[in-house]
Design a protein around this ligand. Structure first.
Ligand code: NAP
Length: 278
């Protein structure tokens, strides 16, 4: 079994991105909008701010009280759309229930939509056109590619169909000529599918949901899950037992998570370049 080490790959990729940014010698700007005070969101935003700082990005964190209205939030997004110093905008999820998250995400200018969640970028991805692609799926593909793992012709089974992870990832793998099975909570006999996977990706949000008996010998296992218990993080995969069967596996922490934050910085750099060409 080999570890798919996201932390290590991220460091390598940061150095590559840094040298591109140095050559460019222009200020790149990223804005994060947060509503409320979700604890996990606070941690994720800190990680983003830290990496943005390392890369010399101009970083704005706009944090609003839960009482903000849809209209006020849209106004704030539009201010950032019109701010020429800002290349990338993300709205940190989750949002409070009264906020229309689809509307908010789609208010972000398509060229600044560095989470790739708006209709335009998601549609471009479906068409196989160049797009700003959702960060976690993009990080997973990078992790697989950089470890020399073949995608074409492989049976990829994804558990979890969120708009953030499962759906865009299914699209990316399909565009790369894999055969994709997308599973979810209504899937009947999940193990039947997971056991057939050459590459198994799990994005469910339940600690140790995937056990050894659900995985084929020699499978590549990608664990997206982040489940917090106190200060400890657990994945969706029972790592200790599944790793005995897998050919490659991501640890939690240190697998997909670090790649996600890196991809946001890469998308922001790409958005900067793209916007200058308009
Ligand atoms: P989500 O929106 O809650 O989606 C969870 C998915 O799991 C849904 O599609 C759901 O099916 C499916 N599911 C739930 N129970 C299931 C079951 N018993 N059998 C099969 N499928 C089941 O979650 P998400 O945003 O994709 O995140 C998933 C996990 O990844 C979370 O732990 C999250 O914290 C983590 N995450 C990590 C990163 C990272 O960078 N490492 C990034 C994003 C998310 P239905 O659609 O039928 O409800």
């Amino acid at each position: 079994m080999e570890l798919l080490n996201g932390k290590e790959l991220r460091e390598k990729k940061i150095e590559e991105l840094k040298s591109k940014i140095e050559k460019l010698n222009e200020l790149i700007g990223l804005a994060v909008i947060q509503v409320g005070n979700d604890e996990a969101s606070n941690v994720y935003i800190k990680q983003k701010e830290k990496l943005a700082g390392r890369l010399g990005y101009y970083f704005i964190h706009k944090k609003f009280n839960e009482s903000i209205t849809n209209e006020e939030l849209i106004d704030e997004i539009n201010k950032l759309n019109n701010n020429d110093q800002i290349d990338g905008i993300i709205v940190q999820m989750p949002l409070p229930k009264h906020i229309d998250s689809v509307k908010a995400v789609n208010e972000i200018n398509e060229y600044k939509d560095v989470d790739g969640l708006g209709f335009i970028n998601a549609g471009k991805l479906m068409h196989g056109e160049q797009a700003l692609v959702s960060c976690t799926p993009k990080g997973i593909i990078d992790l697989i590619d950089n470890n020399g793992i073949k995608i074409e012709g492989q049976h990829v089974v994804i558990v979890g169909r969120s708009i953030l992870v499962g759906k865009p990832l299914a699209c990316l793998f399909t565009n790369r000529n894999a055969t994709v099975t997308l599973c979810h909570s209504k899937t009947i006999d999940l193990t039947k599918y997971t056991k057939e996977a050459d590459i198994l990706v799990v994005a469910v949000g339940k600690k140790h949901f995937i056990t050894e008996d659900m995985v084929k010998d020699g499978a590549v296992v990608i664990d997206v899950g982040i489940n917090r218990e106190g200060k400890k993080l657990y994945g969706d995969v029972d790592f200790d037992n599944v790793s005995k069967k897998a050919s490659y596996i991501t640890p939690v922490p240190g697998g997909v998570g670090p790649m996600t934050v890196y991809e946001l910085m890469d998308n922001t750099y790409k958005a900067h370049i793209l916007r200058k060409k308009l």
